[in-house]
Ligand binder design. Structure first.
Ligand code: GLU
Ligand code: MG
Length: 454
């Protein structure tokens, strides 16, 4: 059970963590803040100062919440030039990355140490706690797809899809990836060359939702460190190359109550329990107004298209790779048990906000006892528009501007994430609409290829 806010540790406790860091050879503690544009911002302190990064934390302007992908500040009345906040690392989540460097995720507080409403990690923490207070445990993991470019020539790696060749071409880099993940205490479950040129995917072991989002961030940081040492530049863009395959950040989730899974062992389709079915119903119902959070950037819709296995249709189906919600059943081949893969998420999303929203929608579906819509057992893209309408299948790869508008006016999204966080997301994404307005698709892909890289 985690606490509902990031508690302040006692001075003794902080001193002992600092002592341990120094004994572990930690010279530098890096704290990261994943912002509302999906960009990693960071500060670092010497190991001996690790405790003060937790409490009281380091100062930063509230406008960190409204940094856009081009580093413009999109100031609003809530996020102006006035004010100050504290960046506080969560010492429960600190990891030693080796080479004298430790990392921890940041939560936002005011100068009195009180949590701030626009903190995405705080929002995820709240939703996990809410689920836990209903007696429901969460288990989650992100799939991480990325594309490798040569940092000198800019050349993208070769295929073939799922091939051995791309793994051997990059074997030194990938050896180091495995080793560095192990040092950071993050177990890689599998790694393979994906369908796109130069594209790699890796997955890490599942954990509670908050830990899963932290693991995602940690993985991104480790990859960024290792890539630099091997002359590789990694793109996490939803569309890294023109006429190529997109990078997804699919989120797998499952829920259990008193050890009993909600997505298996029940009387519903494929063993779904009543609550498991209602959770999926909530996701199907509110996904269309959630795209400003889950696939929010100026390049997201170029990825989220039918035929890309990116989940461009708000529907669910057993092992259906074109449905936004792919149900993975509890079979002997599926040792982690039944789970739902939310495929429409990409790396331009803030992983904490995305996971908080997914938990919130699932929980609301359960609370409202929603009816599970019919399963879609085929490729929704193979149906005509009329057939999709008859089955209530909504296409979700729409224009960024309309996704922002749907998010802005969604009472459900606002209730789950809070107005102040939603308004910050609206501000930075509206700025992206403006940025995109004068550029062709090719220019956008080139210009923002590394915007979400670490
Ligand atoms: N690259 C695809 C995407 O953008 C996903 C392919 C897969 O199913 O792994 O989401
Ligand atoms: Mg994949």
């Amino acid at each position: 059970m985690i606490e509902s806010t990031l508690a302040h540790r006692t001075q003794d406790d902080v001193a002992s963590v600092t002592h341990d860091l120094e004994n572990g050879g930690v010279r530098i503690v890096i704290g990261t803040f994943l912002d509302n544009s999906g960009v990693f911002r960071a500060k670092q302190v010497p190991g001996a100062k690790g405790g003060s990064f937790h409490s009281p934390g380091l100062g930063a302007a509230p406008s960190w919440a409204v940094f856009a992908i081009d580093d413009q500040l999109v100031l609003t009345s809530a996020f102006s030039v006035v004010g100050d906040m504290r960046l506080r690392v969560d010492l429960d989540a600190i990891r030693n990355l080796g080479d004298g460097v430790a990392w921890a995720p940041i939560e936002l507080a005011d100068q009195h140490g009180r949590p701030l409403g626009h903190c995405a990690r705080g929002a995820l923490r709240r939703h996990q706690v809410a689920f836990e207070s209903d007696g429901i445990e969460t288990l989650a993991a992100f799939e991480i797809e990325f594309t490798c470019f040569d940092s000198v020539t800019g050349r993208v790696g070769d295929g073939p899809a799922y091939g051995l060749g791309p793994l051997l071409d990059r074997s030194k880099f990938l050896d180091d990836v495995h080793e560095s993940f192990a040092v950071a205490g993050l177990m890689i479950e599998q790694l393979h060359a994906e369908y796109g040129m130069g594209q790699i995917e890796l997955t890490t072991e599942p954990a509670s939702a908050l830990e899963a989002a932290d693991n995602y961030v940690l993985a991104r940081i480790v990859l960024g460190r290792v890539a630099r040492a091997h002359g590789v530049k990694l793109s996490f863009s939803p569309r890294p190359v023109h006429n190529g395959i997109g990078n997804g950040a699919h989120l797998h989730v499952s829920y259990s109550r008193n050890g009993e899974p909600l997505f298996s062992g029940g009387n519903g389709p494929h063993g779904l329990s009543r609550d498991g079915a209602a959770a999926i119903a909530g996701l199907v119902k509110w996904l269309p107004e959630s795209m400003g959070v889950l696939a929010p950037s100026l390049l997201s819709s170029t990825r989220l298209q039918p035929g890309n296995w990116s989940g461009a249709f708000a529907c669910w189906g057993l092992e259906n790779r074109e449905a936004a919600l792919r149900l993975c059943e509890a079979t002997p081949g599926n040792t982690r048990g039944a789970n739902v893969e939310i495929k429409c998420v990409d790396h331009s999303a803030n992983a904490y906000s995305a996971a908080a929203l997914i938990l919130g929608l699932s929980r609301r579906g359960i609370q409202e006892e929603l009816e599970l819509p019919d399963e879609v057992p085929m490729d929704p893209g193979s149906l005509s528009d009329d057939e999709r309408t008859a089955r209530n299948i909504v296409t979700i790869g729409g224009a960024q501007a309309s996704n922002i508008e749907s998010m802005r006016s969604s009472q459900v999204v606002r209730t789950i994430l809070g107005d102040v966080l939603v308004d910050a997301m609206v501000a930075v994404r509206e700025h992206e609409v403006e940025l995109a307005s004068t550029l062709s698709a090719e220019e956008l892909i080139e210009k923002f290829r590394y915007s979400w890289s670490v």
